[in-house]
Design a protein around this ligand. Sequence first.
Ligand SMILES: Cc1cc2nc3c(=O)[nH]c(=O)nc-3n(C[C@H](O)[C@H](O)[C@H](O)COP(=O)(O)OP(=O)(O)OC[C@H]3O[C@@H](n4cnc5c(N)ncnc54)[C@H](O)[C@@H]3O)c2cc1C
Length: 437
Amino acid sequence: MAEALITSWGRVLRARHPVLSMAGRHAALPALPEGSPHLLAFGNGRSYGDSCLNIGGSLLAMRQLDRMISFDPATGVLACESGVLLDQILQLAVPQGWFLPVTPGTRFVTVGGAIANDVHGKNHHRNGTFGRHVQCFELLRSSGERLLCSPTEQAGLFAATIGGLGLTGVVSWARLQLQRIASPWIHNETIRFRSLDEFFALCLASDRDYEYTVAWIDCTSGGKQLGRGLFMRGNHAPAAAAPAAHRLRVRRFPFVPPVSLVNRPSLLAFNALYYHRQLGERRHSVEHYTKFFYPLDGMLDWNKMYGPRGFYQYQCVIPLPQGQAATAELLRAIADSGLGSFLAVLKLCGDLPSPGMLSFPRSGVSLALDFPNAGPRLHALFERLDAIVGAAGGRLYPAKDGRMSGAMFRDGYPAWQPFLDHIDPGCSSSFWRRVMA
Ligand SMILES: Cc1cc2nc3c(=O)[nH]c(=O)nc-3n(C[C@H](O)[C@H](O)[C@H](O)COP(=O)(O)OP(=O)(O)OC[C@H]3O[C@@H](n4cnc5c(N)ncnc54)[C@H](O)[C@@H]3O)c2cc1C
């Protein structure tokens, strides 16, 4: 057992944890060190707040379980260990004509992490969440049991583990259904919109014919420009669409600056430039999948640019029809506050049900924004946003959260009570203790 200083992606919270490891996927869960009451599986630490931390307990490092088990290129069924990164799956599957059925905005998350947060992506309106494409997985419980879980076997534990925040046990391996593609290329169209009304009209006009839709929104603009942004819609392209030459560049953010580089002047300048980055109202392009799905992965360690105090992400989903008015109210509150970031994403989620008891995605409008950690001023804004989200029947995403109240969590996730029956008594997290306190 080693001890290590672990921080989550937002870099607000950091603490030393005993870090345990697994000898292999067939091995039993390791014994807890003396004084540690529980453990939490730790994937690749891409959760922003405290859902991947277990301060006062232990973490179980899952990245070591990084082997592929089987892949059938005829059917696209893949079995792998839970510490495999989505990036590893893409490297194996894309050259053979297969792709992830659902992917979040970074490919550096593990399969176990994708299951435990039931992640979603730009095709939520078509494919729903990651968990819908999981055929089965093995769950290790602190009792020593190894349970094969699927929609028909151990169905209760299957539903509790998908989106279950690592609290029902440790997933050792999983079997997934991938999706056929013709090439690694995406036909992308970017359309400038001037208001939320235009955004919703674009969603309605696009969701049938486009597999991927998402919008960047200028969170600094209020008044007549409230809700302006860029709408991206795309489909997988045939191999013949590939450009003659292309270069994939990955850089690394080199250091933690003494203060956040994201501040009011840099934000205003960036947002205005980004909104006007294309000359015409519409721009067509053919993009490699890494650029289309994972623009942030092109700059490793980009989270350091927020300086030593780190940052928060606020992500909510609000059902329609209240979603439209509530989104306008949220954007007004954010613009008035002068806080916010250039990372502001709006997406209309579809109505395919999520399989997990505590899955975040639901039909409605989802807004996600990063905020440099500005202390009490930011927390006052968050309370205002919570009130708008709560009144409109929405909820916040635990994977992105490090501060919501227990009441906000329990109101947003009424299945928390039946979920309690499935928790492994040997597992816990800082997030869970906070929202259950
Ligand atoms: C740049 C960026 C973009 C993102 N975009 C999106 C997005 O578009 N959509 C979206 O849904 N999310 C998004 N996320 C969030 C991210 O997808 C989730 O937080 C994901 O769960 C992180 O996976 P991880 O492997 O890093 O797990 P960690 O963050 O380490 O852990 C997450 C949870 O998974 C549990 N867990 C990990 N492994 C196992 C296991 N083997 N068994 C049981 N439980 C386990 C942990 O206990 C914890 O509760 C984004 C994150 C970043 C940094």
